[in-house]
Design a protein. Structure first.
Ligand SMILES: Nc1nc2c(ncn2[C@@H]2O[C@H](COP(=O)(O)OP(=O)(O)O)[C@@H](O)[C@H]2O)c(=O)[nH]1
Ligand code: SF4
Lengths: 600, 432
C-alpha cells in the first residue's frame, strides 16, 4: 500500500480517435507496466465488440508504478471511461473516482462536443484538468491554435498545455510529471467510516461479481463484512486486489486506492455503478453523493426469430443481465411475433450491442421492433400511465394529453454547417436555445429536442450535412407535452402490433407512406390479395395493394420428381418459421428488420 | 432372386389387397441423339450403339433377377428411347414383356422426339406392342425451337406425325410455354397447330429453369429472362380454355386428354399406385401398408451397370414414408388432379386417419374457395390450378397439427414401429 500522498487517480477525456488508447499504451510502457514494443493495440479495451467498434463500453482501470524525477515512486490509477453518450452516467461515476483528468485533444481536429460534455462532468466533480495536445508529429497539426482553444476553454495558461505525440512518445514524460505535480493526492481518511465508490462491475462465471471500487474513506480488507447502500445487501469479502493488467491480490484497500473486491456476489444488480460500499465494523451513516438508478431511455420488443427459442432467449437475456445491470426486460406477447421481451436500454448503441451479443454469444437471431422512448400518457380521468410499448397506448378517446422525454443537445460545428444543422434540428422538432463560440472557426449550438428524434439516425444525418465535422452530445432534461398519435399498420384489416409506432402527428403521413411502400416491396405475393394500410385509429392515411400470386406451380411431377418435390415442401415448412402470420398474411421477418432501416 | 429394396414381404402383402390397382413399370432410357437440350434436367447421355447394347442387356438382367407384381402399364421414358436402333428398341420392349408379368391390355408408352421418328423405328414399336407414343414436339414456332436448342424443326414434327398417324397409336404431344422471348401469340399459334393435328393427348409444361442446366446459368448471368409470372399465367389460362373447347379435358395440372385418353401410367404417380422401375435414374414406389417405400437407382449408367453385373441391388436411395410424409405426398400429388380426392382415397392411402377430420383441417382453404369440397370430393378450384403449389403448401401446413396428433397417439399406443425411420442412402463399393 502506498501512502496517500503518492497516489494519483485520473482518467483521460478524449474524443474517439484522438489517441487515448495510444497514450495509455505509452504510459504503460514508460511505467514498466508492459514491455515496450509489445504491440497489442488498445490494451484497455477488452471486449471483442469494443475492439471492433472502437468504442469503450465498459470502464476499465489499470494501476501503474511511476518513479518520478523527484525520486519518489507514485501509484497511478488510470480509470478509463466509456466513450458513448448512452453511458454518460457511467462516465460521471468513473470521473468521480478520480482527482484529475487528462484532456486529450487531437492537434489536427480540435475539441469535440462529446469531449466538452465529459469535460463539464469532470469539472462538476472538481477534477484537476491537464490539457494535452496530441499528434503534434502530424504535418497538418495546429498545436498552437489548439492550445489556445484549450486554454480558453478551461481557463488556464497556454503554458499549462502539454504537447505530445503519443505515437512517437514525445512529451509523454511531461505528462507523467504533470500527473504527479498537478493532480492532488486523494483527500480521504483511512480512519473515517468506510466509503467506497463502485465505478464498474462485471460478472465472472467462476468468481461471481468482480466489483471495481475507489475507496474514498476507511479501508476494505479480506473477511470484512460489507454492505451496499442501494440494495442494502451484505456480503463477506473473499478477495481484494489491485487492477494491474491482470487482477493482483492484496490484503486490503485503503482510502484513496483503486482496486477490486470479490464477495461471492451473484448478481451485478447488487453492485450497481455509483453505489457506495461500507464495512459493518466501521459503518458509514450515508452513501457518497451522486448515485442514480439508471433508467432505460429506449425500449424495443425482442422476439426470437425461431419461436421455439423463447426460453433460450430468456436465459440468454438473464445471463447478459448478470453483467449489465442497466438492461431491463419483461415478457410480452405480440400477435404478430409471438412471445418475446420488452427490453429497456440506455440508448440505441446499448440496444445494438445487446442484440449483437445475443447473436454472437448465444446464437440467437432476434427480431427487434421499432425502438421507442417511454411516453407519459395523462388520461381524461387524471390517471398517468407510462407507455413503453406502442401497443399498450390507451384508446385515443381516453387520452387527455401525451408527454415525451426531451433532451438538451450540444452540437459543435464549423460555421459553414450551421445552417444545414439548424434545418436538420428544425426538421426533428428541435428548438434552438443558444450559440457559443468555441474558437474562431467553430460554434457550439444548444437545442432542446425530443429524445425520440435523436435516438434514431440523427447522428448519422448530422455527420452527413456537416461532412463529418460536427460533433454532438445530449442529456435528458425532462418530459414535455407533444402532439403524438399511434400509427398502426394493418394487413387485410388486421393490425400488425409489432409495427405500431407512436409518432408526432405531422410525421404520420410521411412515415405511413414509407412504411406501406416498404412493406409492399417486402411482403411476397400470396394466395390472396393483400391490402396494406397505415392508419391512425380507423382513419387510413396510406394504402397499398399487393396483387395475389399469379403463378406458383410445379409443371412436372412424375415418378422421379416426387421425392425431391416433397423434400422441397418440407424445407419450405422449415423456412416458413422465418415468416410471421398476421391473419392469413405471411410477413417475412426481413420486413421487420427493414422497417428499422427506413429513413425518417 | 432379388426383391426390391428388401421389401419382398411388402410386395406379397400388397398383392393380397384385392382391389388395389395394378403396378406400373417405368424404364429409363438414358440416351439422346445429340447435344443435350440446354434446359433439360433429366439424366441422359449421348447415344452410342455399344453403350446402348450394354444398357439393354443390363436392364434385362435387372428385370430377370427382380421379383415383380402384375403390371398393366409400361412406360419407356428418357432421354429419348427412340434414339435406339429399331432392333435395339424392339429387343428391349419384347424381352421385357416376356420377363415381366405384363397384362394383356396394358398401356405401353414410348417417348419419342420428332427427329428420331422414322418408318423402321415406328414399325418396330408397333410390332413390339407399343400402343401409345408421346411426341416431344415442344413448339410449332421456329424461334422457340431454336431457343430450346431442339434438334428438330417444324417440318420434322409434321413428318413424324404423318408416320405415327399411320398406326393405331394413342398419340400425345408435349408442348412447352414460358420460353424466353416467347409471346402469348407465339404460344397461341403453337397450341392451335397442335390442336389442328388432333392428338389424343396434350401435355403443356411451363418451362422451369432446372439448377445445373445451361439455362439456369444463363438466367443467373442475365443472358436470358423468363417471360414472367403474369405472362405465364396468361399462357396457361389461354391453353386451358383452348384445349377445353377442343374437347381436351384437363385431368392434371399439365395434362389434357380427349375423353378416355388419359395416360394410365402417369395417373399412377398422382393416385399413389405402385410402380416399379428399371434403368439408371429410375424411381419406383411400393405402397403399403405397412411400409410405403420409395426407391431410386443411381443416376449414372456405369454405376448402375456395375452394380447389376456384380450381382448387387443397384439402389441409390430407399425411403420408407412415415405418416407425415405420406400425407404430404398425398396432398401434393392428389391435388394436382382435377378431381382431387375422396374420403375413400384418404382411407386407402392414409389408413391411420379419420377422413372427415383430415378434410376438416382444410376448412380455411375451403372457406376461401381455394379448395372446393363437393359431394365428398376435395379438389383445388380449377381457376387456381396455376398457384397449386401455394395451396398445397398451405394444405400441408393446415393438416400438420392433426397428423402430429395422430402420430403422437399411435406412438403412445405403441403401434408406430419403424415408420419414422429416415431416408437411408445406400452406398455401394465400386460406384463412380
Ligand atoms: N500521427 C499520430 N497518430 C496518432 C497519435 N496518437 C494516436 N495516433 C493514431 O490515431 C488513431 C487513433 O488512436 P487511438 O489511440 O486508437 O484513439 P482512441 O480512439 O482515442 O483510443 C490511431 O491510428 C493511432 O495510431 C500521434 O501522436 N501521432
Ligand atoms: S431430348 Fe429430351 S431428354 Fe434428351 S436432352 Fe432434350 S429434353 Fe432432355
Amino acid at each position: 500500500m502506498a501512502d496517500r500522498e503518492y497516489i494519483r487517480n485520473f482518467s483521460i477525456i478524449a474524443h474517439i480517435d484522438h489517441g487515448k488508447s495510444t497514450l495509455a499504451d505509452r504510459m504503460l510502457e514508460l511505467t514498466g507496466a508492459v514491455e515496450v514494443g509489445r504491440h497489442e493495440e488498445q490494451l484497455l479495451d477488452n471486449m471483442e465488440l469494443e475492439r471492433e467498434r472502437g468504442i469503450t463500453i465498459k470502464s476499465h482501470a489499470v494501476k501503474m508504478d511511476y518513479t518520478a524525477t523527484d525520486g519518489d515512486t507514485y501509484e497511478f490509477n488510470l480509470i478509463d471511461t466509456p466513450g458513448h453518450v448512452d453511458f454518460t452516467y457511467e462516465v460521471s461515476r468513473s470521473l468521480a473516482a478520480c482527482e484529475g483528468a487528462l484532456l486529450l485533444v487531437d492537434a489536427t481536429q480540435g475539441i469535440e462536443a462529446q469531449t466538452i460534455s465529459n469535460l463539464y462532468l469532470a469539472m462538476e466533480n472538481d477534477l484537476e484538468i491537464i490539457p494535452v495536445v496530441n499528434k503534434i508529429d502530424m504535418p497538418t497539426a495546429r498545436p498552437e491554435d489548439i492550445a489556445v482553444e484549450l486554454a480558453d476553454f478551461i481557463g488556464c495558461e497556454i503554458t499549462d498545455v502539454i504537447m505530445v505525440s503519443a505515437k512517437t512518445g514525445e512529451g509523454i514524460p511531461d505528462v507523467l510529471e504533470a500527473i504527479v505535480g498537478r493532480i492532488p493526492p486523494p483527500s480521504g481518511n483511512s480512519d473515517s467510516p468506510t466509503k467506497a465508490l463502485i465505478f464498474d462491475s462485471f460478472y465472472d462465471s467462476y468468481r461471481g461479481v468482480v466489483v471495481y471500487i475507489r475507496v474514498v474513506d476507511g479501508e476494505i480488507a479480506v473477511r470484512d463484512h460489507i454492505r451496499f447502500f442501494a440494495s442494502g445487501k451484505e456480503f463477506e469479502v473473499d478477495e481484494v486486489g489491485y487492477l494491474r493488467l491482470n487482477l493482483e491480490k492484496t490484503d486490503k484497500l485503503s482510502a484513496g486506492e483503486v482496486g477490486y473486491i470479490m464477495a461471492s456476489i451473484k448478481n451485478v444488480g447488487d453492485a450497481r455503478v455509483g453505489d457506495t460500499i461500507t464495512t459493518l465494523d466501521n459503518i458509514a451513516d450515508r452513501p457518497l453523493p451522486g448515485y442514480k438508478t439508471v433508467k432505460p431511455m429506449v425500449y424495443s420488443g425482442f422476439y426470437p426469430a425461431a419461436t421455439e427459442d423463447f426460453e433460450n432467449l430468456r436465459s440468454a437475456i438473464e445471463k447478459l443481465r448478470l453483467n449489465d445491470a442497466s438492461l431491463i426486460f419483461e415478457p410480452e406477447t405480440s400477435a404478430a411475433l409471438g412471445f418475446g421481451f420488452r427490453c429497456g436500454f440506455l440508448g440505441l448503441l446499448h440496444l445494438e450491442i445487446t442484440q449483437e451479443r445475443l447473436f454472437r454469444e448465444y446464437g440467437l437471431d432476434i427480431v427487434a421492433t421499432v425502438p421507442n422512448v417511454e411516453y407519459r400518457v395523462v388520461k381524461n380521468d387524471g390517471e398517468t400511465v407510462l407507455v413503453e410499448n406502442p401497443a399498450n397506448m390507451p384508446d385515443a378517446v381516453d387520452v387527455d394529453y401525451i408527454e415525451e422525454p426531451f433532451v438538451e443537445a450540444e452540437i459543435i460545428t464549423p460555421h459553414l454547417y450551421v445552417s444545414p444543422i439548424m434545418d436538420l434540428v428544425k426538421d426533428r422538432r428541435g428548438e434552438y436555445i443558444a450559440t457559443e463560440y468555441v474558437d474562431p472557426d467553430r460554434v457550439l449550438l444548444r437545442f432542446s429536442i425530443p429524445l425520440s428524434e435523436v435516438i434514431f439516425d440523427f447522428f448519422d444525418k448530422m455527420k452527413t450535412v456537416s461532412r463529418g465535422y460536427a460533433s454532438f452530445d445530449y442529456h435528458i432534461t425532462g418530459y414535455r407535452k407533444a402532439d403524438l398519435v399511434r400509427l398502426d399498420v394493418r394487413v387485410n384489416g388486421d393490425i400488425v402490433d409489432a409495427l405500431s409506432v407512436i409518432i408526432h402527428r405531422d410525421r404520420t403521413y410521411d412515415w405511413g407512406q414509407k412504411l406501406v411502400s416498404k412493406l409492399k416491396e417486402l411482403i411476397p405475393r400470396q394466395m390472396y390479395e393483400v391490402i396494406i394500410q397505415a392508419a391512425i385509429g380507423s382513419r387510413v392515411i396510406s394504402r397499398a395493394r399487393r396483387a395475389p400470386l399469379r403463378k406458383n406451380v410445379t409443371a412436372k411431377c412424375y415418378g422421379g420428381d416426387i421425392t425431391r418435390k416433397r423434400k422441397l415442401l418440407e424445407r419450405q415448412k422449415e423456412g416458413k418459421r422465418r415468416m410471421k402470420m398476421v391473419g392469413n398474411v405471411e410477413i417475412p421477418q426481413d420486413a421487420f428488420f427493414a422497417i428499422l432501416k427506413i429513413e425518417r | 432372386m432379388w426383391d426390391i429394396s428388401s421389401t419382398d414381404s411388402v410386395f406379397r402383402e400388397s398383392e393380397k389387397l384385392s382391389d388395389s390397382p395394378k403396378y406400373g413399370c417405368y424404364v429409363h432410357v438414358p440416351f439422346c441423339a445429340g447435344e443435350k437440350c440446354p434446359y433439360c434436367g433429366f439424366y441422359s447421355i449421348r447415344y452410342s450403339p455399344e453403350s446402348a447394347t450394354e444398357y439393354i442387356e443390363t436392364v434385362l438382367q435387372h428385370a430377370r433377377s427382380t421379383e415383380v407384381p402384375v403390371i398393366d402399364t409400361l412406360y419407356f421414358g428418357g432421354g429419348t428411347p427412340t434414339s435406339l436402333s429399331p432392333e435395339a428398341i424392339s429387343r428391349l420392349i419384347t424381352k421385357l414383356k416376356s420377363i415381366l408379368p405384363v397384362e394383356d391390355n396394358s398401356e405401353i408408352t414410348v417417348e419419342a422426339n420428332p427427329e428420331t421418328v422414322d418408318n423402321e423405328t415406328t414399325e418396330a414399336l408397333f410390332e413390339a406392342g407399343v400402343n401409345r407414343v408421346s411426341l416431344g414436339a415442344q413448339s410449332f414456332r421456329p424461334a422457340q425451337l431454336k431457343t430450346l436448342g431442339r434438334r428438330h424443326d417444324i417440318d420434322k414434327i409434321y413428318e413424324a406425325y404423318e408416320i405415327l398417324h399411320k398406326y393405331p397409336f394413342s398419340l400425345s404431344f408435349d408442348l412447352i410455354f414460358g420460353i424466353p422471348r416467347q409471346s402469348v401469340r407465339d404460344w397461341e399459334i403453337s397450341l392451335d397447330k397442335a390442336i389442328e393435328l388432333g392428338p389424343d393427348h396434350i401435355s403443356i409444361y411451363c418451362l422451369s429453369f432446372e439448377s445445373g442446366t445451361p439455362f439456369a446459368d444463363a438466367l443467373r448471368m442475365g443472358a436470358i429472362y423468363p417471360v414472367g409470372d403474369d405472362v405465364e399465367r396468361e399462357m396457361y389460362d389461354l391453353a386451358s380454355s383452348r384445349l377445353t373447347v377442343a374437347d381436351y379435358g384437363r385431368y392434371e395440372i399439365s395434362n389434357f386428354a380427349k375423353p378416355k385418353c388419359e395416360s394410365r401410367h402417369n395417373l399412377k404417380y398422382w393416385t399413389g399406385a405402385g410402380y416399379i422401375a428399371f434403368g439408371p435414374a429410375a424411381h419406383g414406389y411400393i405402397p403399403g401398408p405397412p411400409n410405403w417405400t420409395r426407391y431410386a437407382f443411381p443416376s449414372n449408367l456405369e454405376e448402375y451397370t456395375l452394380l447389376i453385373n456384380s450381382g448387387r441391388e443397384p439402389l441409390a436411395a430407399v425411403e420408407k414414408l412415415d405418416l407425415q410424409k405420406r400425407s404430404a405426398e398425398f396432398l401434393m400429388l392428389r391435388l394436382r388432379l382435377d378431381h382431387g380426392f375422396s374420403e375413400e382415397e384418404i382411407t386407402a392411402h392414409l389408413p391411420e386417419l379419420e377422413p372427415a377430420e383430415y378434410i376438416a383441417a382444410l376448412q380455411p382453404l375451403i372457406d376461401d374457395n381455394k379448395i372446393l369440397l363437393e359431394a365428398g370430393q376435395v379438389r383445388i378450384a380449377p381457376r387456381d390450378m396455376f398457384i397449386s403449389d401455394a395451396i398445397i403448401f398451405r394444405a400441408v401446413e393446415l393438416t400438420d397439427p392433426y397428423i402430429k396428433e395422430i402420430v403422437t397417439k399411435r406412438k403412445s399406443a405403441g403401434s408406430e414401429t419403424s415408420m419414422l425411420e429416415y431416408s437411408t442412402r445406400f452406398r455401394f463399393p465400386g460406384g463412380s
